[in-house]
Design a protein around this ligand. Structure first.
Ligand code: ZN
Length: 257
């Protein structure tokens, strides 16, 4: 289904588009949200009541962040895209310790040469490159995005990544990240859940109160309690103006049969 692209051809077309894009930016027309390409803390740590009865463990503030479209890269791909010996340059720390939005961005090119310019690279490098987009982005690019837990990229669509130094023809790794909540050991104990479980997130916001079901619990030591939604989800529930967020554990069926 993925179109075969000649990298040199793509590079020429994309440079042309990028130049025009940058040109229109500097002339002040069509403001492109410059903040939208860096994941931003949208919800202050909530002091609201928890969505379920604590079983044990310490209660941590619940932070809900929008993870805007971004790319994870291998060190090998960093050097292809940004030059031999290049490394990512941390620009903004993310909420989780040790993770950052890099100064570097790439263009993501889909089939039929549609593209998204200036997609932020997140660091540190990973063992597999991966592109995380919202469904809206997928529609723009012409890619039918599968919903996957980050890191599970077998059989997913590919794309072409273009940097200032070169082009990577990514065979797979373009996904819409499944909504999820990062938890540390205290959070697992507090909410009474295990890694891989699914929980719901209730967001109270003016005119847009929403329950998002089936957030995957992703647990690890040293990880802070944090929900990651994508831009489509965050916009749909008006997260920016949310007054309360809470995690809700799905109730098992009460039926005795
Ligand atoms: Zn995440």
């Amino acid at each position: 289904m993925t179109a075969t692209l000649n990298p040199a051809d793509v590079e020429r077309v994309v440079r042309d588009v990028l130049n025009r894009h940058l040109g229109s930016r500097s002339s002040g027309t069509a403001p492109q949200s410059s903040s939208s390409d860096i994941p931003v803390l949208r919800s202050a740590p909530a002091a609201s009541s928890p969505g379920l009865k604590p079983s044990a463990g310490k209660r941590n503030p619940l932070v809900v962040n929008i993870s805007a479209r971004h790319v994870h890269l291998t060190q090998e791909h960093v050097e292809i895209l940004f030059g031999v010996g290049a490394t990512l340059t941390p620009e903004k720390d993310l909420y989780q310790d040790g993770y950052y939005a890099a100064k570097e961005t790439v263009a993501v090119v889909g089939p039929r040469r549609r593209m998204l310019p200036n997609v932020r690279v997140l660091g540190p490098c990973r063992e597999d490159s991966q592109v995380e987009l919202a469904f809206t982005d997928g529609i723009s690019l012409g890619i039918d995005l599968p919903v996957r837990v980050s890191g599970n990229v077998n059989g997913t669509p590919g794309c072409v990544l273009m940097g200032p130094h070169g082009v990577v023809d990514l065979k797979q790794g373009v996904i819409r990240a499944m909504r999820h909540v990062h938890m540390g050991p205290d959070d697992l104990a507090y909410y009474g859940v295990a890694n891989g479980d699914l929980v719901h997130l209730r967001i109270e916001s003016p005119g847009c109160t929403t329950v998002l079901e089936d957030l995957a619990v992703r647990a690890a030591k040293g990880i802070k309690l944090e929900v990651h939604l994508d831009t489509d989800e965050g916009n749909a529930c008006n997260l920016e103006n949310a007054t309360k967020v809470e995690l809700v554990r799905p109730e098992p069926c009460q039926c005795k049969h």
